[in-house]
Each structure stands twice: as C-alpha cells, then as structure tokens.
Design a protein around this ligand. Structure first.
Ligand code: 5CA
Length: 444
C-alpha cells in the first residue's frame, strides 16, 4: 500500500481531548473517528488491527472446540423479562420500540438469547457439552464513556457460552476458556493475569477478570508479583491438567478491588511480593450454574430419565478494547514510537523512501523490494510522498509497523538499511529481511 493512496488521516499534533495514550494515538494516526459520544467509526488502520485481533481470538476459541454462531444486535425484551434482567439492567440498556410498538433492545450481552437458542433444540444430556460463541457489536449506555474505545458505548466483543450437565463438567468448560484466554493474550504479546473478580450484572459465584497492567487502567488490582512468572505451556485439554493450571494461578493472591481484603493480602503475600497497581480488563469469565437456564426452562434429559437445568457459564473478550490495551502496553508516547506486535500489526514493514524531485530511483527500488515481500506474504506500507525525511520517519513511527527499511539514492546493490523498531539499524539483503520477518510471523 502506498501512503499517497491510503486513507490514513494523520494529525500533526496530539488531539487535546484525548487523555490516555491509546486514545491519543488512535485519533492522531486516524485509526478511529468519533461519530457521537462513545460511538466510533473504525478507519482502515484501526479496522485492520481489530480484525487481526479478532482472527486470533477466533482461532483460540475454535481450538477448545467452541463453535461460532452469529446472533443479532437487536433483541426482543421478552427473553429478558423471562430471565428477570429486563428491569435489573437499568439505564445501561438501550431500549427501542419498533413500529408495532414492541419493546426491543440493543444487546449489551447475550446470555438470554443464547439460552433461547439452546433450549429450542437441545433436549438430551447426550448433546452436551456445547460451547457456542459469537463476535458481535454490543451496546451499553455507559454513564461516562471515556478514553476512546476503552470505555465506549458501542464495542466489539467475543462472547462465548457453555452448557453442561453438571457442576463438574461446567468447571471443565470454564477451565478450557481459562487456558484459551491465557493463550489468546500471549499471542497478542500481552501478559494478562487472571484475577478473582465480582460478577456484577452477569451473576454467579465464580469469576475471573483477565487484566493487563497499565497505569491508565480503570481496574485497581492487588496481586502477588510471582504470578507473572507462571506459564501455561504444556497444559492439556484434559480435566486434571486444566484444573491444575487454574489452581496454580489461584495459589497466588490476585484480586480486583471489589474482592480486596487488606488482612488477607498482607497475610498471604510477603511485603516484597506485594503489588498494588492498576490494569485494563481485557477479558472476563463467569460461572453461574442455572441462573438463566432455570427461569428460562432450559433443561435436558439426564441418563436416569430425570430432567435438570443445564449449568452455564459465559466468557467475554473485549476485542475492540484490546486495540487500545495493546497501545497502552506498547506505545512509547515520549518518543512517539508505536511498535505493534507482528501478530496484529496493520503492516509488517514500513518502507521509507528518500525521494528527490525528478528522481524516481528510490521508489523504483522500493517497488522491486516490495514485490519480493509480497511473494512472501509480507505486507508493506510504502511512503511514496515527497515530504521531508524526518516527517516520513515520524509518520512511520506512529503507524507502528514493527520493521522499517529506508531506501535512498545511496541504497546501492543488494544491501538495505533495515531495523526492527527500537533496535539498531543493519544493512541486510532483502532475502535476509524476509527470513527475519517470516520467522517472527511463524512464532505466532
Ligand atoms: N456476558 C459476559 C461475558 S460474555 C460479559 O458481558 N462480560 S463483561 O461485561 O465483562 O464484558 C466482557 C468484556 O468486554 C470486558 O472484559 C471488556 O474487555 C469488554 N467491555 C465491557 N464493557 C466495555 C465498554 N464499555 N467498552 C469497551 N469494552 C468493554
């Protein structure tokens, strides 16, 4: 892609309305545009990153046997009246009337709708477990939308739902998502820590929030530093292995402020290991048994002939919020340098050309190298404009491709100035550059 033809509306300066760095960068580099309070359009650069995050989330859901569906954004109030949440959800729910005067709503979450789908066709324990998920827009009429897409009103979420015959089986499902979340966030190059959390309007008595550390985060957390050293590698998709993994994490005190107890914290965590800080909630999982299946009559036949309500859990990932969370974790705001993890980078490499008027040789070289990159599925953005060199570098640093090459008149023969952002510049052949990038991409 040539910058001259792209729709990447970069601003010269930081927008004054943005208070945190992800919001600043996203507006600055034209990833999003606000359309009304807490509602955004996603422009090409932002959309590309979000779609790549979505792909990784989807792959990791599929790996644990979850099946993708797509439920609508607009729901009928009837099912919410059945579960009893229509009134409870309060002002955060956007309520709409259709032309027949029927009460509809823009879904803030989907426990009711998925339970309705399940109960219509699953009648026997033999069809369990079922893990269903979708990736869809949600609307919550937040009282104070803020920080751009971090706490907005319309946002993109992966929400999954599990249906099981017993508590034991349901915890097996819960633990599958627990592992899948650790793997998903790792592929996004984030360290997300599972923390015991409150269940709020979703309900239930077992819940973990997955939080990444960030000074600008809205969640207060209290944790044992040693939890950051835990690894999930080697965990198998089997009951015992998954249970051990969750227990390993639960051994370390790690909670959000609703669950915080000072005495317990000080008793369980030595002073040197105590960490009180802030973080961003990127995922949240819940186990709530028959909270929805009972009032909505979602039951199955059991082996002995009796019936019972299915045991359910729900599992959310803030796909759109993750775009901001990755920026919070990776953006060097002082030097105005973004480096996207290669797994979600909008472009793998930025090609900066030093073009003089009447001399196209640098651009010709860039085109030649780019065709080699393309053959190897390496996605490049080429600055083909005639702006000055320093503003080209600045722009490329904001776009955040993790690798850059510089091509000028001096680029002679095979050797190209190449660097991984944040590291020293090297002179390499295009074949060597391709190898480096391919290796990095394969890791994900
Ligand atoms: N039904 C459950 C799980 S599927 C649920 O809705 N959980 S949630 O409320 O915790 O939301 C899941 C994730 O969506 C959160 O962890 C967060 O990453 C994201 N999220 C929630 N509210 C917002 C918001 N206002 N703006 C952006 N992302 C949000």
């Amino acid at each position: 892609m040539y910058i001259s033809q792209s729709f990447i509306p970069i601003l010269k300066n930081n927008p004054s309305e943005a208070k945190i760095k992800s919001h600043q960068l996203m507006l600055r580099v034209g990833m999003i545009k606000q359309s009304s309070a807490g509602i955004y359009s996603w422009l090409p650069l932002g959309f590309k990153v979000m779609k790549k995050i979505e792909d990784i989330v989807r792959e990791e859901q599929n790996k644990i046997g979850a099946q993708e569906i797509l439920m609508p954004t607009i729901q009928s109030s009837e099912i919410w009246k059945e579960s009893g949440r229509y009134e409870d959800y309060g002002e955060e729910m956007l309520r709409i009337k259709d032309r027949q005067d029927r009460e509809m709503l823009y879904g803030p979450t989907n426990e009711e709708l998925v339970t309705d789908i399940f109960r219509a066709s699953v009648k026997s324990y033999k069809s369990l477990p079922q893990l269903l998920y979708h990736i869809q827009w949600k609307f919550r009429d937040e009282i104070r939308p803020r920080f751009g897409i971090m706490r907005c009103r319309e946002f993109y979420m992966k929400d999954a739902y599990s249906f099981d015959i017993s508590d034991e089986e349901a915890l097996f499902s819960y633990n599958k998502f627990f592992l899948s979340y650790l793997k998903t966030f790792k592929r996004l190059d984030l360290t997300a820590i599972p923390m015991a959390a409150d269940t709020g309007p979703i309900g239930g008595n077992l819940s973990h929030e997955f939080i990444i550390l960030a000074e600008t985060g809205e969640s207060k957390i209290y944790t044992d530093k040693r939890i950051f050293d835990l690894k999930s590698e080697g965990t198998k998709l089997e009951k015992k292995s998954l249970e051990d993994l969750r227990k390993k994490y639960e051994e370390f005190y790690s909670v959000t402020d609703e669950k915080f107890n000072k005495n317990e914290f000080e008793k369980k965590v030595s002073e040197t290991n105590r960490l009180k800080t802030k973080g961003i909630e990127v995922g949240h999982i819940f186990y709530f048994g028959d909270k929805y299946s009972k009032p909505m009559g979602a039951s199955v036949d059991l082996p002995g002939g009796k019936k019972d309500f299915v045991k359910m859990g729900s599992y959310g990932i803030g796909v759109s919020r993750l775009v901001g969370a990755i920026i919070e974790a990776k953006y060097d705001e002082k030097n105005e340098i973004m480096k996207w993890p290669i797994s979600v980078a909008p472009y793998d490499i930025g090609i900066i050309t030093m073009i003089n008027k009447n001399d196209n040789s640098a651009l010709e070289k860039a085109n030649k190298f780019n065709s080699e990159l393309e053959k190897n599925n390496i996605d490049a953005i080429i600055d083909d404009t005639d702006e000055n060199f320093s503003s080209k570098i600045k722009k490329m640093n904001l776009i955040g491709a993790p690798y850059q090459i510089i091509i000028g008149k001096q680029t002679e023969g095979d050797l190209i100035e190449f660097k991984e952002v944040g590291k020293e510049t090297k002179k390499l052949k295009i074949t060597e550059i391709i190898e480096i990038i391919k290796k990095q991409k394969e890791k994900n």
